[in-house]
Design a protein around this ligand. Structure first.
Ligand code: SAH
Length: 362
């Protein structure tokens, strides 16, 4: 059962050590409540300072003392408490008819943990439950430009959000620096989430980040994400495989132009070709495909900003794609899909509008 409580203006008592309680405290503060923290004797520790807004109080020892405290609060969140003390607290809470919830403690080991989480192509609905749970537990989130983060504060109210986003041709934070910051945060005992667009291992440099963590002795987990290579064509109604049309798909980086031998191999596979980071090299690719024998009327789809409100699908052909893309001002991020499956596209409202506009302009 999930109950959504409006805690704005309420008084919430969190019971537990400050480090173990830090995520619950952040969430409750984010919900607009006043927070009282009753702990035994755990120091906060430099890695996890207690926010100034939290009122710290000593842990009551008797049922009477608990009752007195509970008369001033609306909700109790137990993070950690010795069993005998919990029994006394629960009895007092029954007397006062105050609600109690329990939450698992936040990680407090000296070395933290890094989770590389795939965020999907941009729409938050494509974020996996595992990624959401990792965010809930994060102290710090390093996120990329294409990762979903609009509601980050709700998913990870306790976390510091660090933008290490790259824009094409401009590396906002160099890769080595991202790795250094992630590793340093984990070595300081923090729970780190590296939130990446799509899947971390599809052109996401995830492998390098895992290696950096391993080299530093930092435990690391990878959570796969929904890759734009499949989800963005799907959002335009294009299946990357389809019975009797295409029985394979190849996902290619268009970051640098492909040589003729590679292009000839791709054509020889006779499957669907999906190109990421391919906007700038599209003229080169289209020319190479034609030069190596692909029919110039082979359908080609360009899907820009897939799964966002600004999604635009353009259906063209290999032969006309360069001129069409230039005329329409196609921009990154975009996915190119080349192959017969493009004929199955049924996001054709937008697509047909673009084709009509293009034809009218000629
Ligand atoms: N790891 C990512 C890909 C990173 S490379 C994944 O699995 O999706 C970045 C490229 O992904 C972009 O240049 C673009 O080609 C593609 N891309 C990512 N998100 C996209 C989106 N919402 N719409 C269109 N293309 C997208």
């Amino acid at each position: 059962m999930e109950i959504d409580l409006d805690l704005a203006g309420r008084r919430v008592l969190v019971v537990g050590g400050a480090p173990a309680s830090r995520l619950a405290i952040a969430r409750v503060l984010h919900a607009g409540a006043s927070v009282f923290l009753a702990s035994v004797s755990h120091p906060a520790g430099p890695a996890h300072p207690v926010p100034a807004a939290v009122h710290r109080i000593a842990l009551p020892r008797t049922r009477t003392a608990w009752r007195e405290l509970l008369s001033a609060v609306d909700l109790v969140v137990i993070i950690e408490l010795p069993r005998a003390a919990e029994t006394t607290l629960r009895a007092a809470a029954r007397d006062r008819r105050v609600w109690i919830v329990r939450e698992s403690p936040a990680a407090t080991s000296p070395i933290g943990h890094v989770t590389l989480a795939g965020g999907g192509p941009g729409d938050e609905g494509m974020l996996t439950l595992a990624a959401r749970e990792a965010l809930r537990r994060a102290d710090v989130v390093f996120f990329d430009r294409l990762a979903p983060q609009a509601r980050g504060r709700d998913w990870a109210p306790g976390a510091e959000w660090v933008d290490v986003g790259k824009t094409p041709g401009h590396h906002a934070v160099p890769q080595a620096e991202i790795e250094r910051q992630m590793v340093d945060a984990a070595l300081a005992g923090r729970t780190v989430v590296r939130l990446k667009g799509g899947d971390p291992f599809v052109f996401g440099r995830g492998g390098e980040e895992v290696a950096a963590c391993r080299a530093a002795g930092v435990p690391v987990t990878v959570l796969s994400g929904v890759t734009s290579a499949i989800a963005v064509p799907a959002a335009a109604g294009i299946p990357v495989t389809h019975r009797e049309v295409s029985r394979m798909f190849t996902v290619v980086s268009g970051h640098a132009p492909l040589d003729d031998a590679t292009v000839a191999h791709l054509i020889g596979l006779d499957g669907t070709i999906v190109v990421l980071m391919g906007v700038n090299t599209l003229p080169h690719l289209a020319a190479a495909l034609t030069r190596n024998g692909m029919p110039s009327d082979m359908p080609l789809a360009v899907i820009e900003r897939g799964l966002t409100p600004g999604q635009r699908t353009t259906i063209t052909t290999v032969g006309e794609s360069t001129e069409m893309a230039a005329r329409l001002g196609v921009r990154s991020p975009a996915i190119l899909v080349i192959g017969e499956v493009v004929r199955l596209c049924h996001d054709d409202d937008a697509a047909l509008r673009e084709v009509a506009a293009f034809a009218a302009g000629r």
